[in-house]
Design a protein around this ligand. Structure first.
Ligand SMILES: [Zn+2]
Length: 99
């Protein structure tokens, strides 16, 4: 199945959600002062940005590029699942964003 079919993209969306359910999301408020802030796609929970705490420029996107593509095509289910919080040590927070 091609990655660009509706089915393929929706399958990839489910896979991103399952991964996010496993990994969890950082509660920025729980981090010590000066910690970077972690931003996540509201639809699938993947990290979309990691910014310094004092970042006040363009707000990071609230949707990842893959979900945005689905939204643009009108294929996204539009759901915004609740993802669990990251519970690992603060020093081990995965940074999944290439910047
Ligand atoms: Zn997404």
């Amino acid at each position: 199945m091609s990655e660009t079919t509706k089915e393929g993209l929706l399958e990839a969306l489910q896979e991103r959600r399952e991964k996010s359910m496993e990994v969890g999301q950082v509660d920025n408020a729980s981090l010590y002062a000066g910690s970077p802030m972690y931003y996540y796609c509201k639809h699938c929970g993947v990290q979309v940005a990691v910014k310094p705490e004092d970042w006040y420029e363009d707000p990071p996107p609230s949707t990842c590029a893959d979900c945005q593509e689905l939204l643009d095509k009108g294929w996204h289910d539009g759901e915004k699942p609740e993802f669990p919080l990251w519970t690992g040590p603060a020093g081990r927070i995965p940074n999944l964003v290439d910047e």
